[in-house]
Design a protein around this ligand. Sequence first.
Ligand code: GTP
Ligand code: MG
Length: 197
Amino acid sequence: MGNKHSKVKADIKIIVLLGPSGSGKSTFINLAMGRPVVAVGSGLACCTKKVQRVSCTMRGDSNKDVLLVDTPAFDHDKLDLPQIEDMIRKQLKDMTKRKIDITGIIYFHPITANRLTEVPKDHIGVFERLVGKYPARRVLLATSGWKDLRDPQNLGSQRELQLHQDYWKEMLDGGSRILRFEGTEDSAWHLIRAVLA
Ligand SMILES: Nc1nc2c(ncn2[C@@H]2O[C@H](COP(=O)(O)OP(=O)(O)OP(=O)(O)O)[C@@H](O)[C@H]2O)c(=O)[nH]1
Ligand SMILES: [Mg+2]
């Protein structure tokens, strides 16, 4: 597991995970790593309180290193946005100083949510204040929580369509993509490969 003292290679692929609390950012990291390395929330409280860097080799390509960056949700119940911004800035400082690219963002959205109160643009806007203008084509919009949806065929697909045609249209027009995070290790790696492609 990476930490602030771990060395980051210049050619490492850095993926920052963003999204509301409970959307599955930390779950995604643990599945990708194949073991629990970051805390996952089970209660109602927001779980991740710190920016955490976790490094691993690309599955199927041991020459490529990937760094996954877990972040506290921007709707955190105990931290305000300036605090979170500051944490991300500090954690990414050594990378941005050395001009190491943030390769991609995966923005998580629980498909179980029956209202859309969060927009990826707001989260990405915060991120852009830290690293500069970020191209939409490097953002992967991932819907999560599919296993918890009673009627994924109808309800899930309907919600997906609304995201495509309305809420996330601007992002998609800019080159973002929407993919499902199925809550498995394979699916986590599928998304990592997609955001790096
Ligand atoms: N079934 C299912 N459960 C999920 C999925 N993603 C997250 N969960 C569950 O939702 C809860 C919260 O998940 P976390 O991974 O802690 O969510 P997070 O985005 O890291 O949340 P914060 O740390 O609070 O920002 C946990 O109980 C997970 O098991 C998913 O894709 N499928
Ligand atoms: Mg978390």
